[in-house]
Structure formats: structure tokens, C-alpha cells
Design a protein around this ligand. Sequence first.
Ligand code: ADP
Ligand code: MG
Length: 399
Amino acid sequence: MSTFKTLDDLGDVTGKVALVRVDLNLPMQDGAVTDDTRIRAAVPTINDLCEKGAKVLLLAHFGRPNGERVSTMSLSMVVGAVEKVLGKEVMFVPEIAGPVVEQSVGILRPGDVAILENTRFWKGEEKNDPDLIKAIAANGDFYVNDAFSAAHRAHATTDGLAKALPAYAGRSMQAELEALDKALGNPVKPVAAVVGGAKVSSKLDVLKHLVTQVDHLIIGGGMANTFLAAKGVDVGKSLCEHDLTGTANEILAAADSSGCTVHLPYDVVVSKEFAANPPSLRTCNVHEVAADEMILDAGPAAAEALGDVLKTCRTLVWNGPLGAFEMAPFDAATVALAKTAAALTIEGTLTSVAGGGDTVAALNHAGVAKDFTYISTAGGAFLEWMEGKELPGVAALLV
Ligand code: ADP
Ligand code: MG
């Protein structure tokens, strides 16, 4: 794995100022934080730095204020939630650079924490502007990036600062990079990838990259319909991108030439209406879908066969559910395969890494998210990583 410095590489930082990029883009409703997962993800890094006696300045963005001060997007709103999780007082600083930050640093004692204002209130953040980077860096001694979820952006606080100051990966960033390296960077073979979800068009680059990297590519969800159509299967009224069947065939050919076996379902669960437990529900062979039916899940035989594929593999990377898992019983194949992956992980034969908003929801629904080796909550950054792209925020940390 390409190397980066971690908090273990820090010397004596007593009284030194750490500029720490975290993810505080928290889900909020009526001014209250509804899910503190992202705050909890930052705790190991914050506590580690506090114990080392640093003064911790947290940098984060919230929403899309587009370079303007928008009071409803002020990070002052999350201070209470962060204090609750950390169990101590946190100072709020309504700037990210300049004399106000300098004075605040003077007031902070070693081990204290402050949250600076929403970095996206300044136009220079998203422009990775050298003047802004210099101004922020002037108040810090070193930089820590603990926001993998923002690493696909080359912004001042994700990229520029890492080059302006000695840079370190925080604990969450470190865990994410180590897990991703085990899944696709330097995986134990054979490797399986599950790619599902609604549309091929949203994950074309993921598919193109994966066929060159993995031994088994399992395609599910609405995406499978486009591939089935490309193979001449009549998918009826299923969600299907008929204009992409040519692309699907190219991906199948690329898989073939790089020795990647593509798995598509051969039995499916169909219905005439897009609803939970519909009266027209039935399971059939993929070649028996009627013109007025929709494929909404992989069938039980396919789910079992896919489980058998996982039993022959040592590494799994998963993005996208196998069916419309939000409605019963179209969650069945996703739940079954998730349970198999979890059991193999517990037995120790499989390293399992999953990511994606709906994927994490589906694995939680199956009750197995905790059993996977690693679950990424990074969304866009996770997908760009699955596309094989270099993430600027990660590249900037490499030594
Ligand atoms: P993620 O957020 O994990 O990247 P996606 O957003 O790509 O996943 O896909 C999830 C969505 O795909 C879910 O809303 C699910 O209902 C939908 N989906 C899966 N299979 C089908 C299908 N056969 N027909 C219609 N929608 C489907
Ligand atoms: Mg989604």
C-alpha cells in the first residue's frame, strides 16, 4: 500500500495546533442533529490528539452555501451535538482564518477542542485557493485529515492544507484506507464484487474498472436487467436502460478477456405492480418474464448460487442491492447473500467490504452490517474509489 503518516508518527505536540478536517455534514431536522454517526467517527482522532496535548481545531463543510455566509448552514448548530458525543465543552469560532482564529488559539489550552465555521462559506475552499490555504495554515502547526468522505474533492481543506503543513491521516481515514486496500488494493484472491442498484448508467465506470480487478462480478438490481436485455432476454416492463445494451455487451467482452466471470440471475422475482407484497408476485426463470411484468429481485436459486460463489472467494467488495429491497419480499436475495457474506466473514474465510447509501441501509436491514469487515459510509468518495480513481484528499497524504 502506498504509505501515509498516521497519528502514531506525531512527535511531541503538546500545545501545538492541529487543523483537523472532519466530516460534520450531519443529517439535521429542525435545527437538531438526527444521526451522530459522523461525529462518533471523528472521536478516536480528536481524543488521541487531545491526549497528546494538542489544541484541536476542527474544519468541516456543511451543505452547499456556495461561498456565502448562510446562517442556516453555520456549524455553530452542531456544537451541542459534538459536545454531547465528546463529553466536554467545545468552543465555536465563526471564522476559519485570520485574527479571530488566532485569538481563539490563544485562549485554548492543550487538549481543548474548537469547531471553526463552515469552510464552504469561503469561495476559496472549493477553488483550493492558495491565499485561503496560506491563511488557514498560518494558525496551525500540522494537519490531520479524518474525512475520507470528502477526499474525492480537491478543496483547500482536503487537498491544499495537506501540502502546506505536515500532514497525517486521522484514525477513521486510516481505517478506511486500510480496509479499502484489503478489498481492492492488495486483496487476497479470489475476489468477488457485487454491483447492484438501480441503473447501469450511474455505475458504468465502476463496472469497467472492476472487470479488470476481480475474479467474479455479480451484477444485481435494476442493472442486471440491462445486462440480461443485452443478452437477448425479454425483461418485460423491468427498469432497464435499453440504450445501454451495447455498453453492457462491451463490459461483458472486457470481463471475458480479463478472466472475470460475470454472474447474472437465472431466476427472478417479478410482479405487475411496484408495491410491497403485490398480488401478481411470482418467481420464474429469466426467460419467462411476461411483457407486463417487472423484475424486482433475484430469485432464490440465484441467491443460493451467488452464495456458493462467495464460498469460493476470500475477498468481497459490495455496492448496490440485488433488488428493490425497500419493499417486501424484494429484499430476499439481498438479505440472503448479505447473511452468507456475514457468516463467511465471521468464520474468517472472507474479508468483506461494503459501501453506498442504500447498500448500508440494506445491510442494516439484513442485520449483518456489524459482521462485515468494514462498512464505508463515504458515498461519492467510495464510488470514485471503486472506479479506480485517485482521490485528491488521499493522494495529498501520501509520502
Ligand atoms: P447505493 O446507494 O448503495 O449505491 P443505488 O442507489 O445504486 O445503491 O441503488 C439502490 C436502489 O436500487 C434502491 O432504491 C433499490 O430499490 C433499487 N433497485 C434495486 N433493484 C431494482 C430493480 N430490480 N428494479 C427497480 N429498482 C431496483
Ligand atoms: Mg443510492
